[in-house]
Design a protein around this ligand. Structure first.
Ligand code: UDP
Length: 371
């Protein structure tokens, strides 16, 4: 065998694992079925603007260890994500905070906002929310739920809010302060020089094959390395023998515009159900770009079919149960490690993916430097 590890998928999980393995002197082959490395953090530079080809990626974490780790591969700028929600032309600040409450109801103080929300959530006041709708109304009341959450969520997930798990909406802070920072995390920013630079540094020293589909050439690839690190969809690895897990897909349409500034903000969410896209991203604002032109990407949620790019695991009861059955199979699989958003079927943020990759590498390779 030529390699110690075959790493299937060159996103953050695979790249971090490869880096840790190479630090221990292991020989790594990384393969990716796309025509580039980097998974969904991959960017293309056009006119000096880094375009996030697979949706906006804003790095944020509360974990000091992960922040210190990622900063060894790039410096980060001071970008703070402060998206706007556009509901039929009305603009609201996100996440849900005193600015949003003022825009929605004209109230000025936290106690006025609380009184309104308490009045609107009354029906859900005492019970534990059982689904996304109950959770949303109990956090921010009916008006915000109807204008800023219901339409967006149902087009994003293609399910009724009553069928979705409550945790999805708890990703967003609710604040009784005038503060439009979308994240509560202590550390946040965009890597200076782009995400490709991080991936390039993480994978330095590994052999890399692109346009290489593991699931179509398993016999060949199994003979290349002693162990495999698999980061693709877990059900695909097992040939869907237990059934198909559901994922949500995305489609992106990017437009070049001959103007300096199109929407004045990096992320604008369109929360009306009738508008087919969920977000418009103006990439230059992630890096405070001053170029004379701009690029915007419309993000359309779409159904996922086998073999296409899977973006979001749908962690409802039915899918979670099926994933748990696949998880039992992964445990029995000799010489294969499974990790990342698709192999672990978890709605991970980037820092959580890195954390998972470091934990699995540590288990596999022994103690990691600096801990
Ligand atoms: N969400 C919403 N309205 C918004 C933004 C988000 O209802 O304007 C809900 C929606 O259900 C979404 C969830 O909050 O799936 C999580 O949003 P986040 O921005 O974290 O999603 P991601 O960036 O991972 O796509």
């Amino acid at each position: 065998m030529k390699y110690d590890y075959l790493i299937v998928g060159s996103g953050l999980f695979g790249s971090v694992f490869a880096h840790e393995a190479m630090k221990c002197g292991k020989r790594c082959l990384i393969i990716d079925k796309r025509s580039h490395v980097g998974g969904n953090v991959y960017c293309e530079n056009k006119d000096g603007i880094n375009i996030h080809m697979y949706g906006a990626h804003i790095f944020h974490t509360n974990n000091r260890k992960i922040w210190d780790y990622i900063k060894t591969f790039a410096d980060f700028n001071q970008y703070v994500n402060s998206p706007l929600a556009n509901y039929r032309g009305e603009l609201y600040n996100l996440p849900f905070n005193m600015n949003t409450f003022h825009q929605m109801w004209g109230c000025r103080t936290p106690s006025e906002a609380r009184t309104i929300i308490d009045g609107q959530k009354r029906q859900y006041g005492s019970c534990v929310p059982q689904n996304l709708e109950e959770q949303a109304i109990s956090l921010v009341g009916e008006d915000i739920y109807k204008k800023l959450i219901k339409g967006y969520t149902e087009k994003q997930w293609h399910k009724d809010c009553t069928e979705l798990p409550a945790f999805i909406i708890r990703r967003l802070p609710v604040r009784y302060r005038y503060d439009n920072n979308y994240f509560n995390d202590r550390y946040q920013g965009i890597p200076i020089g782009g995400y490709n630079k991080i991936i390039g540094r993480l994978t330095l020293g590994a052999d890399i094959e692109i346009n290489a589909d593991f699931n179509k050439n398993r016999d060949f690839y199994r003979n290349t390395a002693i162990k495999i690190v698999y980061t693709g969809p877990v059900d695909e690895y097992f040939d869907y023998t237990l059934g198909e897990l559901e994922y949500r897909g995305l489609r992106f349409e990017t437009q070049y515009m001959e103007m300096e500034n199109y929407q004045g903000v990096a992320v604008m969410n369109f929360t009306d159900r009738k508008i087919p896209y969920t977000r418009v991203i103006e990439h230059k604002h992630f890096e405070f770009g001053t170029q004379p032109v701009t690029y915007v990407t419309y993000e359309y949620p779409c159904n996922y079919k086998r073999g296409q790019d899977a973006y979001y695991p749908i962690n409802d009861g039915k899918n979670q149960k099926l994933y748990n059955e696949y998880k039992m199979l992964t445990i029995k699989e000799d010489n294969v490690l499974f990790g990342g958003r698709l192999a672990e079927y978890k709605y991970y943020n980037m820092d959580q993916v890195i954390n998972s990759a470091l934990k699995i590498s540590e288990n596999e390779l022994g103690r990691i430097d600096g801990e």
